[in-house]
Design a binder for this molecule. Structure first.
Ligand code: TYD
Length: 199
């Protein structure tokens, strides 16, 4: 069963509303759901989130390592225990954001970013990635106040989107790609099918 589900996409793709709708459906079907967001979800992670999204300039590798550090803490404190007791984990973003934003967007290389994340994750990896696609222009227009990374502009977000679609092509069994320009009920229905819960 695909219990660790990551919602992914560029800034403004609508991950949070889709995750909230999926949580309601899962709960209605009698499942425990733990919702998390990256970076964040732990005291350490929320501190790093502040630095990463609102803080001073950070070098690309320092950025990649801080995202990986926040994720290592989240996996140990929250995700692994939740999966261990049979809960579903719905995550706004995951290691795949690092591959796309730092690996492709910042140009660090998706394989190198994957390698710095693996030790901290200790085998905990999203079972299913729901990739919501939207054009960089549309994504930027949908954001009320872009964060430090989301404010990099359309060419950067274009490179990130390109990274995400490369990952989806490389791992077709793990990804479901949904056009986020469609009405939200259709997006949610398609994502719900992908969860494979039935009912
Ligand atoms: P977030 O608060 O999730 O907002 P949204 O997804 O609505 O834009 O923003 C997190 C920001 O951090 C976003 O710009 C993507 C970026 N990010 C990375 O660059 N790498 C990562 O590994 C993660 C988790 C996020």
């Amino acid at each position: 069963m695909n219990r660790y589900v990551a919602l992914e996409g560029i800034d403004g793709a609508g991950k949070t509303s889709v995750s909230a709708a999926l949580a309601l459906l899962l709960e209605a079907a009698g499942h425990e759901v733990v919702r998390v967001r990256e970076p964040g979800g732990t005291a350490v992670g929320e501190g790093l989130r502040q630095i990463l999204l609102d803080g001073p300039p950070v070098t690309p590798w320092a950025e990649a390592l801080m995202f990986a550090a926040a994720r290592a803490q989240l996996v140990t404190e929250v995700i692994r225990p939740a999966l261990g007791r049979g809960a579903w984990v719905l995550s706004d973003r995951s290691v795949y954001s690092s591959l796309a934003y730092q690996g492709a967007g910042r140009g660090l290389g998706m394989d190198r970013v994957r390698r710095i994340n693996q030790p901290g994750l200790r085998g905990v990896w999203p079972d299913l990635v729901v990739l919501l696609t939207v054009s960089p222009q549309e994504g930027l227009a949908r954001q009320a106040r872009p964060d430090r990374i989301g404010a990099q502009g359309a060419p950067f977000l274009g490179a990130v989107a390109e990274g995400f679609s490369r990952l989806a092509t490389e791992e077709p069994g793990r990804f479901v790609v949904i056009d986020a320009g469609r009405p939200v009920e259709q997006v949610v229905a398609r994502a719900w099918d992908a969860l494979g819960v039935g009912g």
